[in-house]
Write a protein that binds this ligand. Structure first.
Ligand SMILES: [Fe+2]
Length: 432
């Protein structure tokens, strides 16, 4: 999305310059005028450029830590806008949304890109919302507005819902990931949210790759909230960058407005959300792992939700042929076991692997407490499977783009994995 708008912004400026040049050169050859009155087409070109640069783009909803009463939205503009704001209104039968909408001032931050370009990211959190209620919202600056989009708040107590989980998109995101996103949306249009587990792009410091991601998403994140965590590609390559220079790329946080209820220093990468009877925990497998393990122990000790789902980019039981066993295992596995985490959602290996229900690395029966570990991939990059850990896997594969629809209703969790055609590839049920 950004690239096309950026290009069209530059194209606008180019056209405007060209138009001016033609006008001036035309004038120079005929009658000299001190101040030529702008032609209607010139005025229109200028207005169009200003409008393009002020129009919100990369609009995305994110869940907050209280999704039954609040909702976060983030967007950006090419121009600095003086009064960034969002409007929200409960949806009724009337189309007169602006007339009764509540207006909220948004926070803004400039983000310097390469080629001396600065863009402006804006974020707002709608609060004091009613549970299980449909709202319409738009974002803008009071003059240039997005379209009205709709979202529904969560129930305040346990209630059936489904969400979609994706492994790494990472490469050929515009070209080949757009279709998996569209198939996922068609398969589960009523998903409460989408859940990504990192490596959304290949080079998280390249704005043109984030442009591809938002292009591939289309309008989906404007109406389906997303929860995300960073993978290793949202960080510099650890082989070449270490110490204080090894830190989350600066394009991550401006693009999202995610909960900040995790350990200090890992804001918007490590956090938890309670959603209708499920505690979702995001971990960041890139840094400060010991701090995360003790934080995880604390929040799982105080977890009153029936289900617990943890997500982390780097797998605990790696099945990519080039991968080594993860150091995360020693830190996190005992915590997962102690608190009977139900599902661990992972990416990174560019394979598909779904374990049996495990405790301390061994299979347990359906009626015992244990954890299912899934590795999936939504993009086209594939690695060969390793024979490692195949004894504890119930399904493995590679060389296919996949997404997962996970439905939770009371004491039953239905997991369905689909390929890019929308054909079921794997499924299982967990019961409590
Ligand atoms: Fe990765």
């Amino acid at each position: 999305m950004r690239k096309s708008n950026y290009t069209s912004g530059r194209y606008c400026r180019f056209c405007f310059g060209l138009l001016l040049l033609v006008l001036l050169s035309g004038c120079a050859g005929t009658i000299k005028q001190e101040k030529a009155a702008p032609l209607p087409s010139e005025i229109s070109a200028r207005a169009s450029c200003q409008r393009q640069d002020s129009l919100p783009e990369r609009i995305i909803l994110n869940l907050t830590e209280e999704p039954w009463s609040s909702q976060a939205v983030t967007w950006r503009t090419f121009s600095e806008v003086s009064n960034p704001q969002a409007q929200i209104v409960r949806v009724g039968e009337s189309s007169d949304l602006a007339g009764t909408a509540h207006t909220l001032h948004a926070d803004s931050q400039p983000v310097a890109l390469g080629d001396e370009q600065t863009v402006y990211h804006h974020g707002a959190v709608f609060t004091s919302l009613s549970p299980d209620t449909l709202y319409a919202y738009r974002v803008g600056d009071g003059e240039h507005w997005s379209e009205w989009n709709q979202f529904k708040t969560a129930h305040e107590s346990p209630s059936p819902f489904k969400f979609v989980y994706f492994g790494d998109p990472q490469e050929q995101v515009r070209s080949l990931c757009s279709r998996i996103f569209r198939t996922a949306y068609k398969t589960a249009p009523d998903a409460a949210f989408w859940h990504f587990v990192g490596d959304l792009v290949d080079n998280g410091d390249k704005d043109e790759e984030w442009a591809e991601l938002f292009d591939a998403f289309g309008w989906i994140p404007r109406t389906t909230p997303m929860i995300l965590l960073p993978g290793n590609h949202e960080y510099p390559d650890k082989r070449y960058v270490q110490g204080k220079d090894f830190k989350l790329f600066p394009l991550w946080r401006p693009h999202f407005t995610l909960p900040e209820n995790g350990p200090a220093g890992l804001e918007e990468t490590v956090y938890f959300i309670d959603y209708q009877g499920v505690r979702f925990v995001m971990l960041n497998g890139n840094e400060q792992l010991e701090k995360q393990a003790s934080w995880l122990e604390g929040i799982l000790s105080r977890n009153h939700e029936r289900w617990t789902i943890v997500a982390i980019h780097q797998p605990i039981y790696s099945t990519g042929k080039t991968r080594k066993d993860s150091p995360l295992k020693d830190l996190f596995l005992p915590v997962f076991d102690r608190h009977s985490v139900d599902l661990v959602l992972q990416g990174h290996d560019h394979t598909y692997s779904r374990s049996a229900k495990l405790k301390n690395g061994s299979r347990v029966t359906d009626t015992e407490e244990g954890t299912v570990y899934v590795i999936s991939v939504s993009g086209p990059k594939s690695y060969p499977l390793s024979s490692r850990h195949q004894d504890i896997m119930d399904k493995s594969g590679t060389d296919r783009q996949l997404f997962q629809v996970i439905s939770i209703e009371d004491n039953r969790l239905l997991y369905e994995c689909y390929d890019v055609r929308g054909v079921l590839y794997d499924s299982f049920v967990l019961k409590k």
